[in-house]
Write a protein that binds this ligand. Sequence first.
Ligand code: PMP
Length: 398
Amino acid sequence: MFAQLKPVATDPILGLMAAYREDPNPLKVDLGVGVYKDEQGHTAVLKCVKEAEALRLKQEDSKTYIGMAGDLGFNAHIEKLAFGNSHPVLLANRVTTAHTPGGTGALRVAAEFIKRANPDATIWVTTPTWANHISLFQAAGLKVKEYAYYDYDTKGLKTEQMFAELAQVPAGDVVLVHACCHNPSGMDLNFEQWQRFTELALERGFTPLVDMAYQGFGSGLDEDAKGLRYLAERVSELLLCSSCSKNFGLYRERIGAVSIVSADSQVMELAKVNLLSVVRSIYSMPPAHGAIIVSHILDSAELTALWHQELAEMRDRINNYRQLIIDKFAAEGITQDFSFIARQHGMFSFLGINKAQIDRLRDEFSIYMVGSSRVSIAGLNHANIDYFAKAVATVLKG
Ligand code: PMP
């Protein structure tokens, strides 16, 4: 039976990572993988996480099952982090949350939940979007359609086309919107565009699904959630998928959350039992470690302050390098306009160079980025930024 399986194309990022690993060039630069790296090119465990793990080791007295919703303390924290301490949806008891194996697990649970609520729902995603969105939703049996988003020519948003297309989305469908730090473009909705998005959701009756994988990586914890909070104050229903992979650096612990906002607390109870039964049928209960680490951090004013500081360091480093790229390119005599990089947020931007130039960067300079020219800004540091700028200047000259 297994011999009848069809081959599956491997994720191009995994191939890129393998090629990078095998490259013997000591000057090699990895701009492919979407994990934060510090000035030493290292993805270190945050200090607040180390302290919380020490506490956990001391305090943990049982490994019994955790329950389908996961760690309830974590769930309460993550709701406040996303919506703010006294958001009306929290005060009205309209939100139910389950902690999940990563943001990816949150999206899969959300997809199964949507299918239960409306088996005919189509989910609309941005063009382009995170590489895994489309296959993940299709694997869950949802129909997927795309709406215009990033404009490769202007390096901004296709604002009018986006809203014209969203104005055609039928009631009962779901529209995925990235809360901040759009992956892969780095181009976010501004506040006015969030307002227009909200108006359309109300007018058309579609349900927003907000994917928030990078809260705190763009402008700040509250700033990055501003659009979500505005939207949640006005629509009666939405889904939120959060991830602690980036902002707590807990990638491999697989910790995220799905939150369902319902019209009132009665519908919330209905949503809750359905959410938990979805979880039960996929993985029964989530792994506890990551959630308890986050809970320990957010339970403690001291550890929370340390986390804020470490998160700000990561955010500031990325934002500083966004400007530094522009300055270094100018110093190398590049006249092409790269100012858009400083207008974008989060881990990624598209350089906007062509395939031949991307190949030359890899083959001649051992600089690795995905074929779309998406670069992970945190792959740059003081030791490689000049080398990178010179290499880009060389391939742009042709
Ligand atoms: N959504 C987006 C937009 C992402 O970029 C990612 C991770 N790169 C995820 C969800 C999933 O995050 P996790 O690693 O927590 O599964």
